[in-house]
Design a protein around this ligand. Structure first.
Ligand code: B1M
Length: 210
């Protein structure tokens, strides 16, 4: 019989097929969908995030868990109210102009979604103007900027400055990340936070929402 521990186990193992079976069985046996989400899938991704930060899990394993989580969520979605999925807040997320790297961005996005955030994917090579348009349109709580090139780090500064000039800086928190980015750089450009990996990005987003 499926229970929360079985779901946690399958999720951490990144076992997509078993997780789908476990989630369906949990629904069939009458477990509350909110409990399956919060105590199973979201709690499981928190454990995955911690294991990633401590070096117990590596990128391919994290991707498998994140993918299993996304697919299992599809089974659960019809049983959940909109509120339980959007409870944590909304994030507009993109890789800055001039930069085409998106593997890390996608991973962070998946982790944020797994933590209950609604994520608007702005894509790659995103101009400051597009971020501004999305802030006006989507009214996110947080804007996430990713950069993998030292040459595009300056574009993070330009994006933060453009958001400020558009009079929108007080309405959103800005978080940044990517291999060449540091906390010192985040402080220098006036971002609200920096995260080194997907696990800490989702933790940071939750702290900023609190
Ligand atoms: Co590129 N590339 N690349 N590349 N590439 C790097 C980044 C590089 C370090 C390789 C190297 O020379 N050793 C180097 C940058 C050097 C530098 O600036 N210091 C480099 C270069 C030079 C280039 C080109 C200029 C090469 C060329 O054309 N001459 C070119 C630039 C294109 C462009 O963007 N305009 C280029 C192109 C490419 C590919 C297209 C071939 C491909 C990208 C495919 C894709 O993304 N769809 C690619 C790849 C794959 C890499 C490497 C090998 C791997 C990057 C990756 O996906 N890592 C990379 C070398 C490396 O990092 N070892 C390299 C895995 C990913 C999960 O990690 O992206 O760091 P990462 O994301 C992490 C964290 O950084 C963090 O969380 C993620 C998950 O833990 N994070 C955030 C990321 N964003 C965050 C945002 C947050 C918080 C955390 O909050 C908002």
């Amino acid at each position: 019989m499926a229970d929360i521990n079985t779901i946690l186990e399958s999720l951490i193992q990144g076992n997509l097929e078993k997780l789908q079976v476990d989630v369906q069985a949990a629904i069939d046996t009458g477990l509350a969908p909110g409990d399956i989400l919060n105590e199973g899938l979201l709690a499981g991704m928190d454990i995955v995030g911690s294991k990633m930060e401590s070096g117990e899990m590596f990128i391919p394993e994290v991707l498998m868990s994140a993918r299993a989580m996304s697919e299992a969520l599809q089974i659960l979605k019809p049983f959940l109210g909109e509120d339980s999925l959007n409870a944590s807040g909304k994030v507009v997320f993109g890789t800055v102009k001039g930069d085409l790297h998106d593997i890390g961005k996608n991973l962070v996005q998946m982790m944020l979604e797994s933590s209950g955030f609604e994520v608007i994917d702005a894509g790659v090579d995103v101009e400051p103007e597009k971020f501004i348009a999305l802030i006006k349109e989507e009214k996110p709580n947080i804007v996430g900027l990713s950069a993998l090139l030292t040459t595009t780090m300056g574009m993070m500064q330009q994006t933060v400055d453009a958001i400020k000039e558009a009079g929108l800086r007080d309405s959103v928190k800005v978080i940044i990340g990517g291999a060449p980015v540091t906390q010192e750089f985040a402080d220098q450009i006036g971002a609200d936070g920096y995260a080194a990996d997907a696990g800490s990005a989702s933790r940071l987003a939750k702290v900023l929402m609190a």
